[in-house]
Design a protein around this ligand. Sequence first.
Ligand code: ZN
Length: 157
Amino acid sequence: MSEQAMRRVTAIQNGTVIDHIPAGSSLSVLGMLGLLDSKSTPISLVMNAPSKKLGRKDVLKVEDRELTQEELDRLAIIASKASVAIIRDFRVAEKRSVELGTELVNVVRCSYSNCITNNPREPLPNRILVHKADPLELRCAYCGKIQDINGLVNHLI
Ligand SMILES: [Zn+2]
């Protein structure tokens, strides 16, 4: 590997580094950010790296894109302990953290197909309430059903 290629794996010039993702969840994180089908954004992915905090963790480096706080807060569902650094010119310019609010509005759809929010004739906002933080329990604000956390990535809006 050339020195330049090596540097690409270890450091990025501009972009966002998302650290402390639970091991095995980095693809879900990319899905949540709408980057899974990206054909143009360079993304480096480290899976199952040793971590003092988590045992094993995933790390994502997204080049030439500064993720917004709103985008990052989407990650709270799957990576509530993630730490985020905005990189400019190889330096950490800003640190951000993922925050789990009390409600997710128009992030994911209720996973129950007969919920009123999934009726195309009822244009309601999709509101999922954070019922408990640890362990995470999410409920639909309309039908009250507990959401399957692992399945939610398939119900992104
Ligand atoms: Zn519902």
